[in-house]
Design a binder for this molecule. Structure first.
Ligand code: GDP
Length: 193
């Protein structure tokens, strides 16, 4: 394990509140329930570092975690709560856009549940990442829930909605920690570039 130590640093909404850094950082985004907290906890080997917010409409925050006292993981607020008021959605949009648009050096991981066909919001998120010229990668989550055969079929369905190359995506199961080493290695390779 190359991630030796992870600490919660702070929550922020506006750019002025982000912790300062000169290093590349790695941000995670996806619809609520995609498995983002589970993945961050699995990756950092911490049971409860990232907590799920099951309360739609509560203040949405960006959480910064320090890894090895070296660089940050950034937990962006999840999208897609069904019954969120329009004002909250708008506010969420601004929080994310500000982060994406910030001049921090970043790689964004877009999390997609491998069992689901990407939602309109997932596709919109992808467009944003492209719009802001973000260096991003897709991580398919909950891969333990499908057999290899089902995975293969599902990827074909997903590809009808969005384009990607199999070699440019990650597969992760937070339940079984599969995909962990590969993702960790990728992160450290990017960090050391
Ligand atoms: P978040 O809202 O994106 O932070 O999602 P959570 O991490 O809270 O996960 C949502 C639900 O999916 C929880 O019930 C998790 O236990 C479950 N879950 C998350 N990751 C996995 C996984 O890799 N495999 C399985 N089987 N379930 C998962």
């Amino acid at each position: 394990m190359r991630i030796k130590k992870t600490d919660f640093i702070k929550s922020a909404v506006v750019i002025n509140d982000y912790p300062e850094t000169t290093e590349i950082e790695f941000a995670f985004i996806g619809r609520s329930n995609v498995g983002k907290s589970s993945l961050i906890n699995s990756l950092t080997n911490r049971r409860n570092l990232a907590r799920t917010s099951k309360t739609p409409g509560r203040t949405q925050l960006i959480n910064f975690f320090d890894v090895n006292e070296d660089f940050y993981f950034v937990d962006l607020p999840g999208y897609g709560f069904a019954k969120v008021p329009e004002a909250v959605k708008k506010n969420w949009g601004k929080i994310i856009a500000d982060y994406l648009n910030s001049d921090r050096e970043k790689i964004v991981f877009l999390l997609l549940d491998i069992r689901r066909v990407p939602s309109a919001e997932d596709i919109e998120m992808l467009k944003w990442l492209e719009h802001y010229s973000i260096n991003y990668y897709i991580i398919f989550t909950k891969t333990d829930k499908l057999s290899n055969n089902q995975k293969f079929k599902q990827l074909k369905e997903i590809k009808k909605k969005l384009e990607f190359d199999n070699k440019d995506v990650f597969f992760y199961s937070a339940l079984k920690n599969t995909g962990r080493e590969e993702l960790e290695e990728f992160i450290f390779d990017e960090r050391e570039k």
